[in-house]
Structures are given as C-alpha cells and as structure tokens.
Design a protein around this ligand. Structure first.
Ligand code: NAD
Length: 388
C-alpha cells in the first residue's frame, strides 16, 4: 500500500560517523562538542572483548580525564542507570560515551536524562513526554548490529520493582554523535550475532508494515531488510568477515532510523513483555515471535510483505505468494543461525496470560497493521509455543 500522500516530518539529530576503524575520530568528536571529562558507560562483556581498552588508550594518549562505569546488565536495570548517574556526578562528568550493544547505550541515555534533570530515579521519566531537558554530550558507539539504539530516541530500561521494560523516550535522548565502526563488531560471538541480527530484521519488517510507516522510513526499512537478510548468515558463520559485519551494522543502523520514525509493532510488544518477566535476550524474543505475528498480520499486509520478499531477493508469481515466501524466509533464517524455539526457553505456560496482558498494553500495539486484542496475543503466543 502506497503512502505518498501522508504528511510526516523527519528529524535525525545525530551525526553519523561510519566506517571500519572510524573509532579513531572519537577525540575529534569530543573536542568539537566540548566534551572534556567523559564517563564511559559499558558492560563487562565489552571490557573482556578488549573494546573498552581501544577507547581508554585513545583518551589517555590525548590526556583526557575519564571514568568508567561497566556495571550495565543485559536488559539494563533502573538500578544500573541510577548507579551510573551517581558515579558520573561524583566524578563531575561533562559528557557520556556509550560503548556496547543496546544495553549500555540505553543505560547511558537514561544516565544522561538523570544528569540533565538533576534527579536520582529514572522511573519518573518513563514515557514520551517526561524528559524535557537536553542531555549532556552523548556519543554512542555500537558494538552489536541489532538495536540501532545509537540512532534512536528510546532508552529501554527494566523497572525492577514491577519486572517490566519501560521506555524513556524524547527528542532529547538521541545521541549527538554515533561512531559506527564495524571492526568493533568482529568479536561478537556467533549466538549474539544471530539474536541481534534478528532484532535488526524485526525492526525493519515492523517499521515497514507499521500503521504509521512513512516514505522515508520505508526507504530505510527496505534497504535494511536487503542488507540484513543477505548478510546475517555470513556474519554468523564467519565472524571475521568485515564485509558482512559492515553490511550488518549498516542494516541495523538503517532499521533503527526506520523504526524510530515509524514504530515497531506487536512482535516487540510480546518480546518486551517476555524480556521484562524472564530477562531473556531481546533478539531471541523477537526472533521466536516474528513469523507468527507476520502470519497473524498476513491479510492486512500482503502487499507490503511481498515488497519485503522482493527486498530479500525472492521471486514470486503474485503478491500473496511473495508475502508467504517472506514469512517462510524469516523462519528459515532464524533456523539457519540456530536461534532457539520458544518452547525451549523454559517459559511457564501459566505466564502466557500475563504476557498477553502486558503486550496489549504496550503503546506499540496500536502500530500493528492488524488490530490485536489480548486473546489475539494469546493465540499468537500459543502458536509460537507449538512451533517445532
Ligand atoms: P546487549 O547490549 O545486552 O549485549 C549482549 C551481550 O553481547 C553482552 O554480554 C555484551 O557484553 C556482549 N557484546 C556486545 N558487543 C560485543 C562485542 N563486540 N564483542 C563481544 N561481546 C559483545 O545486547 P543488544 O541486543 O545489543 O541490546 C539489547 C537491549 O537493547 C535490550 O534491553 C533491548 O530492549 C534494547 N533495545 C533498545 C532499542 C532502542 O531503540 N533503544 C531498540 C531495540 C532494543
């Protein structure tokens, strides 16, 4: 379905620096933006992969004082944000460097929100309107090709009192600069390459088919689909393949821009609910529900799914066949990169009702191309559970 006549506005407040080895531009970007005393927000995995050292060596060579907070957990917790902000305040940080996957980047964004508002608790900033002040300088450096968080307006943080993932979103939470160096993704283990890659593909597919899709997000989503679909298996099988790693990073960046200007939809609503209750990897949660939500949406999205099939390089005789091929291709891709089935994730079936309830309340339910009730969510969750 064409959408050439719908009105939209498009703002990308983040400068993108892209290319293998471009981490060397970090000092220039700090200086250009008056960042003199940064806090680095990261996690232990990024430190252990030797990536943090690449940054600290650059800072030390250039006599820049810094402090590191490496306590970010997967599905970053409110307490991580609050600890990071406390360390930043005590150190007198004037800027934030986020290095890692979506977890450290999201945590860093929310640390910035607390510093900007001089507050201690992130819960106060949940939603789209609560963060109202510009953040200190934020430079994002992705090391996974998945979330696109380096370029989005969102920060997804687990509320540990209520075990659910809340979103802190505002025009102010976007980074000032994103340094996207595909060499930093070479060390990503195969299983994380797989799950983060399927997260990026889900962003592209949901952004393209969301009720609020617009032409610029469409363009980004289609090219993202082409790049991710055609390079994920190569990046998974041969982690040192810089060409495939670079294509994956570009694909996830484009998918991130696409969904932050369109939206995600019901796959993410289920994945975020499940991730909040069971602390499971976000990309795995997306991968297990993507084909099942696509099947549910089929009648409402035939034309767009067929167009996605074309972006994947699949041929078809008519749009219905193309749409079905897109769903089958997504299932096969997840199997090719050995992602687990939902039934193997040790989720208690008694919790399905609660997951469905949480999903329907997620703000992105309204972006799904086909309306979805709690019962519809429950059916999709049960279908995914039966999938062998
Ligand atoms: P992650 O940041 O949790 O990282 C997963 C693991 O990979 C960690 O153990 C980390 O240490 C390790 N790792 C990262 N880069 C590495 C590298 N180059 N080499 C070796 N190990 C490396 O995973 P993620 O999937 O990138 O982020 C998931 C989080 O992002 C979730 O909380 C999700 O909700 C959120 N998210 C945010 C947005 C957004 O727009 N803000 C969008 C989608 C998802």
């Amino acid at each position: 379905m064409n959408n050439f006549t719908i009105p939209f506005s498009f703002t990308l407040p983040t400068k993108i620096v892209y290319g293998p080895g471009c981490i060397s531009s970090l000092i220039d970007e700090l200086r250009l933006n008056n960042g003199n005393k940064p806090i680095i927000v990261t996690d232990k995995g990024v430190r252990n992969a030797g990536i943090l050292d690449k940054i600290t060596i650059l800072l030390e060579q250039n006599k820049t004082e810094y402090i590191v907070y490496d306590g970010v957990e997967p599905n970053p917790k409110d307490v991580n944000v609050e600890e990071g902000a406390k360390i930043a305040r005590e150190f007198g940080a004037d800027s934030i460097i986020a290095i890692g996957g979506g977890s450290p980047i999201d945590c860093a964004k929310s640390v910035g929100v607390l510093l900007a508002h001089k507050e201690d608790k992130i819960k106060k900033y949940e939603g789209k309107t609560a963060a109202t002040k510009p953040l200190p300088l934020l430079i994002t450096i992705p090391t996974t090709s998945g979330t696109g968080s380096e370029l989005t307006f969102s920060s997804v943080i687990t509320d540990t009192q209520n075990n659910y993932k809340m979103t802190v979103k505002s025009q102010y939470t976007a980074a000032k600069v994103a340094i996207c160096d595909s060499e930093l993704t070479l060390s990503l283990p195969a299983h994380i390459t797989a799950s983060t890659g399927m997260d990026a593909l889900t962003h592209a597919i949901e952004a393209y088919t969301a009720a609020c899709a617009e032409p610029i997000s469409d363009a980004m989503a289609l090219y993202a689909t082409e790049l991710i679909y055609n390079n994920l298996v190569n990046a998974y099988n041969d982690g040192g393949n810089l060409e495939a790693r670079s294509a994956m990073l570009l694909g996830s960046m484009l998918a991130g821009i696409a969904f932050s200007h369109s939206d995600v939809a019901s796959v993410h609503c289920i994945a975020e609910s499940l991730g909040g209750v069971y602390d499971l990897p976000h990309g795995v949660c997306n991968a297990v529900f993507l084909p099942h939500v696509m099947e549910y949406n089929m009648e409402y999205s035939v034309e767009r799914y067929a167009r996605l099939a074309k972006a994947m390089g699949l041929s078809y005789k008519n749009e219905r066949e193309g749409a079905k091929k897109a769903v089958e291709a997504v299932k096969k891709l997840a199997a090719d990169v050995k992602l687990p089935l939902f039934s193997s994730l040790n989720v208690n079936t008694n919790d399905f009702e609660k997951i469905a309830e949480m999903s329907v309340k997620n703000i992105s339910t309204e972006s799904n191309p086909r309306p979805m009730t709690k019962e519809d969510y429950l059916n999709v969750i049960n279908n995914a559970y039966r999938h062998k």
